[in-house]
Write a new protein. Sequence first.
Length: 148
Amino acid sequence: MPNSRAVQPIDILLVEDNPGDARLTQEVLKDSKVKNTLHIVTDGVEAMDFLYRRGSFQAAPRPDIILLDLNLPRMDGREVLHAIKDEESLRRIPIVVMTTSDDDHDILQAYDLYANCYITKPVDFQRFIEIVKTIENFWFSIVRLPPD
């Protein structure tokens, strides 16, 4: 059964402090087969403000999926992951951890905090594009996302 959200844009929250990775993700998703709206924040505090619609994010939509880096300023991705999965109104939002770390401890900790997926970002430009396209295909076309 196709994703029931396919006719509506998918709201994606990208939590990424590396401007190059954010820009590349934005470019890949711009050409997506599935209509989407990408919202980018650069640290964990902004991510939580976005999710709770605080400050400049009062009109922010509830994201359908979150792409989360672990190594963030102010509030790291582990803290963000814990805060989201600890909040009943947010915990069903799928979270794909996309980080440079391939450390077993980080992987185990992310899954212990209920990450839905853990991906180590490659340093190779072409491979990075392939991974973002694979995320797009799997999470936006195959998986049924939870309703708002």
